[in-house]
Design a protein around this ligand. Structure first.
Ligand SMILES: [Zn+2]
Ligand SMILES: [Zn+2]
Length: 457
């Protein structure tokens, strides 16, 4: 039976929809803001371009550049000016400010300055702040890729004083191992994690291929990382008063004598006075050196007034290494038993085939060893290279053998030979494995594959 009753609903109230204005480019979030590995602005531009399925060149040329007051950066050109501007993008200067302004307008984000050194504009000068070329930790990017995380370049890797990865405690790489060239921070066809010149993937998981890291290098990387991590939670950007206060405090710790402090640090006392009075600001390298010498934390010096309350004193039983002059280094070198160094370098059978390791053993720089024993050092370096190549070949051969067995298994079971099936049998996928699978399939004859035409896309 059908009901004739009519249903009554409440009257709908119509009101204008309050949608936020759309952004011209995706509202892409920068990676890890508030952590030591916060993304750099140049890396953000590359990922933003990838998100739009475009090259950085297209995004920069047609979308960002019209909002900038200059045309000195062109990712398609490799002029020195363009190269320099690509690095300055993540820095603390006017260039970085303009890029942040333009990109925030396009993405409607408000946090892009944390992908640059703009928050530290008053603390660090441009000099000595950022590297001229890209630097990367191959272990980090390989790890992110294998975990399915986005591959990017942290701001930390761009800092001149940061030469090691604080996570893996290995040296950052600055030259593409394939084409042997240095790479600009951003270029026309750059794809995250790849060489912009030869296109090869820059990651790998073999820590033995990376150089080691000294305690001081790890400390510097962690200190700068802490600073970057702290920045977004700070109520305001640090001012140079923090640095002035720090030096004032150091001088007080030397009974008010700037000359005394200068003598300890091996610099002209006018530097100390100028830093204390705020006439100049020390480079990030100098500040790190001083913090380490006086066992102060960089993040506390920059962000906190705590250390200004008690005068900093010389570390007990500790000496402050020379900062700008090489006097002490020269003295130390004079004390080095060069015969013993030479014997260690010549002992190719048992030494660790690294000039850096021997330099560390004798507390001198690798360059001083190269100057003193050029032929021996070159020989050690060549042997190390050959050793690494040998290890790499052995490792490749192991994978190849696994692939051969996997293909055999699949063929004997009548299963079609596909890359995905091979990956499953050899345990995981990677670019290297993909390349080796291709090689093995070519190597295996028709008989081995029992007439199968493998799908190895
Ligand atoms: Zn790493
Ligand atoms: Zn390359």
């Amino acid at each position: 039976m059908q009901s004739n009753s009519t249903l009554h609903y409440d009257e709908l109230e119509a009101y204008p929809c309050q949608l936020p204005p759309p952004s011209q480019l995706y509202h892409l979030e920068p990676i890890d803001i508030g952590s030591p590995l916060v993304e750099s602005l140049s890396s953000y531009v590359v990922r933003l371009a990838e998100a739009h399925m475009h090259t950085p060149s297209t995004i920069v040329r047609y979308v960002v550049s019209p909002l900038l007051n200059h045309t000195y950066f062109d990712p398609d050109k490799t002029t020195s000016m363009s190269y320099k501007a690509a690095g300055a993008m993540s820095g603390r200067s006017k260039t970085a400010g303009e890029w942040v302004g333009a990109l925030e307008k396009l993405t409607l984000r408000k946090d892009l300055s944390f992908t640059t050194f703009l928050p530290f504009q008053a603390i660090f000068p441009d000099k000595g702040l950022l590297k001229a070329d890209r630097a990367w930790c191959p272990l980090c990017i390989e790890c992110w890729k294998s975990e399915g995380k986005p591959v990017y370049e942290p701001l930390l890797w761009k800092v001149q004083e940061v030469v090691v990865c604080p996570i893996h405690q290995t040296g950052l790489i600055t030259i593409c191992p394939n084409c042997q060239r240095k790479l600009p921070h951003i270029s026309s066809n750059l794809v995250s994690g790849h060489c912009s010149r030869c296109g090869r993937w820059l990651g790998h998981s073999d820590a033995t291929m990376c150089s080691g890291a000294s305690e001081e290098q790890i400390w510097a990387a962690k200190s700068v990382g802490d600073l970057l991590a702290h920045s977004p939670s700070a109520t305001s950007s640090p001012g140079k008063e923090a640095i002035m206060g720090f030096f004032d405090n150091l001088i007080k710790g030397r009974k008010g004598s700037a000359r005394g402090l200068a003598a300890i640090m091996g610099v002209n006392h006018s530097y100390i006075i100028d830093w204390r009075n705020g006439k100049y600001i020390p480079t990030i390298g100098a500040l790190l050196h001083i913090c380490r010498s006086f066992r102060e934390s960089l993040v506390e010096v920059v962000f906190s007034a705590r250390i200004q309350k008690k005068p900093a004193t010389m570390p007990r039983n500790g000496s402050v290494p020379n900062m700008l002059t090489q006097k002490r280094a020269v003295k130390r070198q004079n004390k080095i038993n060069w015969e013993s160094v030479e014997a260690d370098l010549a002992d190719m059978e048992t030494n660790e085939l690294q000039v850096g390791v021997i330099a560390k053993r004798y507390q001198c720089s690798p360059s001083s060893l190269y100057r003193k024993f050029p032929d021996l050092c070159r020989k050690v370096s060549t042997l190390r290279h050959q050793n690494l190549m040998h290890k790499r070949t052995e490792h490749d051969e192991e994978i190849k053998q696994k692939i051969r067995l996997a293909v055999n298994d699949l063929v004997s079971q009548g299963i079609s030979v596909k890359k995905s099936a091979i990956y499953e049998l050899i345990g995981g996928r990677s670019d290297k494995k993909s390349k080796l699978i291709n090689e093995i399939i070519i190597e295996l004859g028709n008989a081995d594959l029992q007439g199968q035409r493998p799908d190895i896309r």
